[in-house]
Design a protein around this ligand. Sequence first.
Ligand code: PEP
Ligand code: MG
Length: 325
Amino acid sequence: LEREFLKLRDMPAETPDGHRIALMGNVEFIEEIPSLKGHGGEGVGLYRTEMLYMNRQGLPDEEEQYLVYSAIVEKMAPLPVTIRTLDVGGDKFAADLHLEDEMNPALGLRAIRLSLRKPEVFKTQLRAILRASVRGRVRLFFPMISGIEEVRSARRLLDEAKEELRQAGLPFDDGIEVGIMIEIPSAVVIADLLAREVDFFSIGTNDLIQYSLAIDRTNEHLAHLYQPLHPAILRSLKMVVDAAHAAGIRVCMCGEMAGEAAYLPVLLGLGFDELSMTSVSIPRVKKILRRASRADAGRLVARALSYSTAAEVENFLKGEISARF
Ligand code: PEP
Ligand code: MG
């Protein structure tokens, strides 16, 4: 098995009918980069920066962040690193940022909301990311976007951060790509409007499923109700991919669903441009992609979307996937 995966590493992530999907890695630490490369990752699709802020006293300053981001960006260059701004709150804690206890932390002051509430903390991170952008290829994205104003406010602060670097004479990539996570149902519904504001989408299914189905992603008693194949989720994914492509922007999936090889035919059929997952999942996903047909996957998705329950979709996929993929 290992030898087979090694062989796969250098083969393109492409279907026999010539359709490519970029297979990227989710990382939190620089130590994960060799494994990502070893498994054939084509870049970092999600770099979670929370770890820099957690389990410590005080907050990381610009220089510390710049050094950490630069090291990862240089290690991956010329492949891209997609850096997500701070996503604390909910199931991710950072003692030095927490304002007060909340009744519903998953619905609370977290992620982009917290960054917009603390613009100096946010801009410190943005300047560090911008400075790292000249050390390789960097893309930047914002978590937990629920509406247009958040995107515009975040972009305004990004412009300020750029201006501050200009004043200081520090170089950065002025054309850095800016994207957003799509992981809140309101963002799905207005995906067409959001697509005009950014360069790419990345769907976070971990939270999108949690918020769409009102199932706490960490509650083991509800695990059976946490259904990636729920018709509401499939329709949501389709809406987002179609809205992105209608606006001419790329769409990635970086939730756990992306690394589940059994879902690959569905994600291929929906039209995802990129999938980002834990490194070890890449060879298995690539193996299925290299045997799949984009046309068959498109028909598969059309049928999958016609069912009314997750169990029906799952049954249908089981049969089809063993027969055709
Ligand atoms: C997600 O919500 O799917 C996601 C990728 O982000 P996180 O798991 O960090 O919330
Ligand atoms: Mg999330």
